[in-house]
Design a protein around this ligand. Structure first.
Ligand code: FAD
Length: 288
């Protein structure tokens, strides 16, 4: 099923993200995690793509497992370090496997990276155009409530986002954020600027304070005082931190929904228990 169809209804949707293993011998473990996560019945499940174009085979393999578990897969695809030929091979492979949803991403620029030649794409909108020319895919894109780190300012960032959407992006998934006001302001700004596709709010449950600080730094997102206090108080106690992280994420989602946001994406970090706990905390809300 196309994700655009899933998002069309007025119902609440909650999707999960899974990342493939770095090594082939771990693939069965990841498949088992997918099967376990699918029992919580997410609206769809996205599968990340290796930053340097690695793990592409694993992405398709894991997306297939999502499909076989009865859940619609969304396959991420980055273009920064892949030639047009490589992109074509991966997209053909997805089509052959009946995977019709692609999150078209640029990927992060490694330090010192120079674009080799025109065989490579510099921005995600170019990848969107390429995929569009290759078949009937539902294409999503990334967006950044607190501005992409490379952008000079919000106006420029949203102009680029609008251009990407106009190239054929049918939905957007946001970078994680911990302050709902940042997302709600961004959402409103997108609508004012004529970006009308569904914008899915990306929620990262923080269950391990130390491990997550690096991701927070890289993602450019601000951390509210309330959240810092939770990490200070419970950061050294794994069980308490996990429980507090699940409750914080659940409360964030409920507040977003109360503000009219119907589409939520949980960065599950391959943790089925965390995903299930959040879904349990929302059960009547999702099914209501
Ligand atoms: P773009 O949309 O191309 O934007 C990148 C920057 O270029 C922005 O600053 C934008 O404003 C600017 N820009 C865009 N168009 C133009 C233009 N015409 N002229 C000048 N500037 C322009 N990374 C992975 O490696 N694998 C993944 O699976 C993955 N999944 C992700 C999922 C989500 C939901 C998100 C939010 C990010 C994900 N990332 C992933 C990270 C992502 O690849 C990086 O954030 C990357 O730096 C930007 O990707 P993008 O697709 O948003 O790029």
């Amino acid at each position: 099923m196309k994700i655009s169809e899933i998002l069309q209804s007025n119902r609440v949707t909650v999707s999960f993200e899974v990342f493939p293993p770095k090594q082939w011998d771990k693939i069965e473990n990841t498949k088992a995690l997918v099967r376990e996560m699918s029992t919580a019945e997410p609206s769809f499940m996205s599968v990340t793509y290796g930053a340097a174009g690695t793990q592409s085979g694993f992405t398709t393999e894991i997306a297939n497992e999502v499909k076989n578990s009865g859940i619609t897969p969304l396959s991420h695809l980055t273009c920064l370090t892949s030639t047009r030929d490589k992109i074509h091979r991966v997209v053909d492979e997805l089509a052959q496997n009946g995977i019709e949803n692609i999150l078209a991403l640029r990927g992060d620029i490694p330090e010192g990276f120079v674009f080799p030649d025109k065989q490579y794409f510099e921005y995600a909108y170019q990848l969107v155009n390429e995929i569009k020319s290759m078949g009937d895919f539902c294409i999503g894109g990334a967006c950044y409530p607190e501005i992409h780190p490379e952008s000079k300012n919000r106006v420029e960032d949203i102009e680029h986002l609008k251009y990407k959407v106009d190239c054929g992006v049918e939905f957007l998934t946001s970078q994680m954020f911990f302050d709902n006001d940042k997302f709600l302001n961004f959402y409103e700004m997108c609508r004012i600027k004529g970006i009308e596709v569904p914008i899915i709010a990306g929620i990262m449950p923080i269950t391990n304070a130390k491990q997550i600080m690096r991701s927070i730094e890289l993602s450019n997102c601000s951390v509210p005082k309330k959240f810092y206090r939770i990490m200070e108080r419970f950061g050294d106690d794994p069980k308490s931190m996990k429980q507090a992280g699940i409750i914080y994420a659940t409360e964030q989602i409920i507040d977003l929904m109360a503000n009219g946001v119907n589409n939520i994406h949980i960065y599950t970090m391959n943790k089925p228990d965390v995903a299930a706990a959040i879904m349990n905390g929302l059960s009547d809300i999702i099914n209501g």
